[in-house]
Design a protein around this ligand. Structure first.
Ligand code: AMP
Length: 115
């Protein structure tokens, strides 16, 4: 696998981030270029490159990421107003960082279909 991703640098505290949650399996921090008033990224500490490269070995981690979305959403007070969770996968998905991450977007009305 190639060099560290920007998210591994955040996990290793080599670059700063506004971290709102961390545990043994994942970290959650504010997106540096927010697309909504609240924009968070939930990132596994294990580098799963993208969801299409995950395997059954990752089942517990993937489940944990979803439960962390729930936890952080409650922490941020956005469960009643609502939020959107997004995973971008590959070129057409708009993926920029090859390290799996779940976006949490909130604080404004989301539209459908997405751009
Ligand atoms: P994606 O397009 O799904 O790969 O999303 C990557 C996201 O990472 C983008 O929303 C970026 O704004 C965000 N991002 C890139 N570098 C950083 C950083 N240093 N701290 C926080 N978010 C970042």
């Amino acid at each position: 696998m190639s060099d560290k991703t920007i998210f591994e640098m955040i996990i290793d505290r080599e670059i700063p981030a506004d971290i709102v949650h961390e545990d043994d399996l994942c970290i959650c921090f504010r997106d540096i270029n927010p697309q909504a008033p609240i924009h968070l990224l939930v990132v596994p500490k294990k580098r799963i490159v993208r969801i299409s490269e995950s395997s059954s070995e990752d089942q517990a981690t993937l489940g944990h990421l979803m439960l962390t979305v729930n936890k952080v959403a409650h922490q941020e007070g956005i469960t009643e107003s609502g939020f959107r969770t997004v995973i971008n996968n590959g070129p057409h998905g708009g993926e920029e960082v090859p390290h799996l991450h779940l976006h949490i977007l909130a604080g404004r009305q989301m539209q459908w279909p997405p751009g």
